[in-house]
Design a protein around this ligand. Structure first.
Ligand code: SF4
Ligand code: SF4
Length: 359
């Protein structure tokens, strides 16, 4: 039996706890509670197994990973194992002593997320009063520490016009890299799609703003466009079970952070099985790996090894079947569902459903 190539990156979702409540959060609708979280010893074992499997990078994520008191310890484990470590944080819990400890432990990179450039816009999305000032203070501390920093902005209909100001803030704060990512519409994002989806004109304006900034030079820019205005999907996660492995706070192992919505499948857990066994032979990771699972039109399409049929979770969320061609593709028999959502943007909703734990 030929084993698949090892994953490049581990997304370690240490916790779903977060002081913010963004309506596009990539966490699942069913958030996992603190009592269910893996302990330090189990996370250490996960990192060891990941390194043994061939993983090169670990992204410490959440929720807010800084809510975990053992974050520094886990960063030092990653350093001992020679894993490149990246912290994905909202920055609101960061202070000088914590940053110094992370730096000493060997943290390689920080991705600091911003909800907007204005205080009011940031509070409206994140739902946390005073968050913007705390983020700016965090960015200044990171800059002073010398740890390489990327600023992340998720954009949508309410803040997309402020992309030029986002770049100006990134330059002022000394970020080496900026990611401008349009909201992706699954999970919380899908619940809030009618309030977040930008119009075609807004999308075009945002692309022009990104191109104008690129032309200035001196800032590395990643730009993620919204699927809904495309006619071909993105290669979701670089292909199912090909490059990424995601471990949830309670230890479930997923090919992508949204995969828990897929019905009638067992989600393996690091408490029961090794990461290598899960990656190589679990039914979940082999379900949509490669091209054998594909229906038409993907099966006979020349792009099938470029976009791998798009996003399985988007196919499930919109068509009810994860094995369908991603409806973002104009060749999909379900593409009208996406066209319909784009046409509906004149009836945009204003209220958000914030990301919260269920009672
Ligand atoms: S997207 Fe917002 S709510 Fe979700 S983890 Fe990030 S900061 Fe927290
Ligand atoms: S038909 Fe399938 S493989 Fe071809 S472009 Fe569309 S989603 Fe990609």
């Amino acid at each position: 039996m030929t084993l698949p190539s090892p994953p490049m990156s581990l997304l370690a979702e240490l916790t779903h706890r977060c002081p913010l409540a963004c309506p596009y959060c990539s966490n699942p609708l069913e958030l996992e509670r603190k009592a269910a979280e893996l302990d330090t010893a189990t996370w250490t074992a996960v990192l060891e197994q990941a390194a043994e499997l061939g993983v090169l990078q670990v992204h410490f994520s959440g929720g807010e990973p800084m809510a975990r008191p053992d974050l520094v310890e886990l960063v030092s484990v990653a350093r001992r194992l020679n894993l490149y470590s990246n912290l994905i944080t909202s920055g609101v819990l960061l202070d000088e002593p914590k940053l110094e400890a992370l730096d000493k432990a060997g943290l390689d990179h920080i991705q600091l997320s911003f909800q907007d450039v204005t205080e009011a816009g940031a509070e409206r999305i994140g739902g946390l009063k005073g968050a913007q000032a705390r983020k700016i203070a965090a960015a200044r501390l990171i800059r002073a520490s010398g740890i390489p920093m990327t600023l992340n902005f998720v954009v949508h209909r309410e803040n997309v016009a402020r992309i030029p100001e986002m770049f100006a803030l990134a330059r002022e704060l000394g970020a080496g890299r900026v990611e401008i990512a349009h909201t992706q519409y699954y999970g919380w994002g899908l619940k809030n799609r009618d309030a977040l989806l930008p119009s075609r004109d807004q999308l075009e304006e945002s692309t022009r703003a990104v191109e104008a900034e690129r032309a200035k030079g001196g800032l590395s820019i990643d730009y993620v466009t919204p699927d809904y205005h495309a006619d071909r999907p993105k290669p979701c996660m670089g292909g199912w079970g090909q490059r990424f492995v995601n471990v949830t706070p309670s230890g479930r192992v997923l090919p992508c952070h949204a995969a828990e919505i897929i019905p009638d499948v067992a989600f393996p857990n690091v408490k029961d099985v090794t990461l290598s066994e899960i990656w190589n032979i679990s039914p979940l990771f082999n379900m949509f790996r490669g091209t054998d699972w594909m229906p038409e039109p993907c099966r006979s399409c020349e792009r099938k090894e470029r976009d791998w049929g798009g996003c399985r979770c988007q196919a499930l969320a919109l068509t009810g079947n994860a094995a369908n061609t991603d409806p973002v593709c104009s060749l999909s028999p379900f593409h009208n569902l996406v066209e319909q959502a784009v046409r509906n943007d004149t009836q945009a909703r204003k209220n958000f459903i914030y990301r919260r734990f269920k009672n």
